[in-house]
Design a protein around this ligand. Structure first.
Ligand code: SF4
Length: 421
């Protein structure tokens, strides 16, 4: 029996209830996607404004905020362990779990719930930014998808695009506070504007018009919506403000599986999208996602996913073992045995790493321009090339420094670089 969702009630703090954190030592623990980390970045600004003391461990804290993720079963179980561990504390919970698994939360602790919308509302009147490291700008909550395995769409609800004024305002604030890399994110970036008569290419054009020295990394985009805006989207990426990097989750190499997933596109659509981006930006970096062990996934269907990785040669594949999620249409559908999921993710990871090694070998000793986006530690920084290759340079260079360097060693997802200028 699929349980219906009850609205979250009781314990919801009024918008200014962040006052309770005044003069308190607060520890924030964050899990999940860039969107969640975007909420935490806003929470930090709100708490600073409210006179809280942010501490780095639960031991030092008087109050704890857990920003939860429940995208897969293993993460949910981890959240439950953290919640029960902190049940004696002055505990607050935000993120996706309160919206879909409130009962489970209250079975192990009695926290106060902070909704993502409450954070957004409170942050609006503050608007300060950290001004260091990589910044996150959220562009919308929810999505237009109907993916049959996804709990996030129930947690985040129907698409609600934030206004371009708000988005551009945040980007401008980060850029002028000295941040050089800004990640624009949502559950599905390609859905931005669909509910307000606009679209992502329009937003990228507006970002291109913004003054200042900054680079944008565009978050994940569902091929189902990219199909209808491909040429304009590719044009939107021409901006000198935008890294030539795309994250397009394909999820499977089998049309039959994509159909059972309710993804709304075919493998041929995905191939066409990647080919078109590569035609315009030959060195573009491609990240994608794959789910292995989807209910009913045959050996043949799994092989089609491996074939896609061999054919498309992505720079990064985020591999997830299918996990049955409550409230989703597939919750009661028989699952693949765990050993099959484990085996398939191991096989796919081995193949993907072979692909990374051969791609990276092709650019070793190459000289590329770079932008320093983050200080890693004393004497070491992370820099990014225009196509978002990660380059660790072991020097004290300021964020925003632009130079050229040689890719000396590869470390699967990034390079060790040697600066030439
Ligand atoms: S696009 Fe699909 S997978 Fe992504 S958040 Fe929406 S429903 Fe979930």
């Amino acid at each position: 029996m699929v349980k219906t969702l009850e609205p979250v009630c009781g314990n919801i703090p009024e918008p200014d209830t962040f006052d309770v954190f005044h003069n308190k030592r607060v520890f924030i623990e964050t899990y999940g996607c860039r969107y969640n980390f975007g909420d935490t970045a806003k929470l930090v600004e709100i708490l600073k404004y409210k006179g809280s003391i942010l501490v780095d461990s639960a031991k030092e804290a008087e109050a704890i905020i857990i920003n939860t993720c429940t995208v897969v079963g293993t993460t949910e179980r981890r959240m439950m362990r953290r919640l029960s561990r902190y049940r004696e504390y002055d505990l607050y919970v935000t993120g996706c779990m309160p919206a879909v698994q409130r009962e489970a939360i209250f079975a192990v602790c009695t926290p106060k719930i902070i909704l993502s919308e409450t954070i957004r509302e409170a942050y609006r009147s503050i608007g300060t930014v950290a001004g260091k490291g990589v910044a996150i700008v959220q562009t919308a909550q929810g999505c237009c998808g109907r993916c049959t395995y996804c709990l996030t769409r129930f947690a985040r609800g129907p698409l609600k695009s934030f206004t371009e004024k708000e988005i551009l305002g945040e980007i401008f604030a980060h850029a002028h506070a000295g941040t050089s890399e800004i990640q624009i994110t949502a559950q599905d970036m390609s859905s931005w504007g669909q509910d307000i008569g606009k679209s992502l290419p329009f937003l990228l054009k507006r970002i291109d018009d913004l003054p200042g020295e900054f680079m944008i990394r565009v978050g994940m985009m569902n091929p189902a919506l990219i199909k209808g805006m491909l040429d304009d989207l590719i044009e939107g990426f021409a901006s000198d403000h935008i890294f030539k990097f795309v994250h397009i989750p394909v999820q499977s190499g089998s049309d039959a599986v994509l159909d059972r997933m309710g993804r709304g596109y075919s493998v041929a659509d995905f191939d066409e999208i990647v080919t078109a981006f590569r035609k315009r930006y030959p060195e573009i970096t491609l990240a994608t996602d794959m789910i292995v062990g989807f209910p009913g996934e045959t050996q043949e269907e799994f092989s089609q996913s491996l074939d896609l990785i061999e054919r498309v040669r992505p720079n990064k594949v985020n591999i997830t073992r299918y996990s049955r999620r409550p409230f989703t249409p597939l919750f009661t559908v028989k699952d693949c045995p765990e050993w099959i999921k484990k085996d398939r993710s191991r096989i796919m990871n081995t193949l993907a790493e072979k692909v990374y090694a051969s791609i990276n070998a092709g650019v070793l000793e190459k000289e590329v321009p770079f932008l320093v986006t983050e200080t890693l530690k004393e004497g070491s920084v992370m820099a990014r090339s225009p196509n978002y290759l990660g380059i660790v340079i072991n020097e004290n260079l300021p964020v925003g420094y632009e130079g050229r360097g040689i890719l000396k060693k590869e470390r699967k997802y990034f390079f060790i670089g040697k600066r030439v200028i």
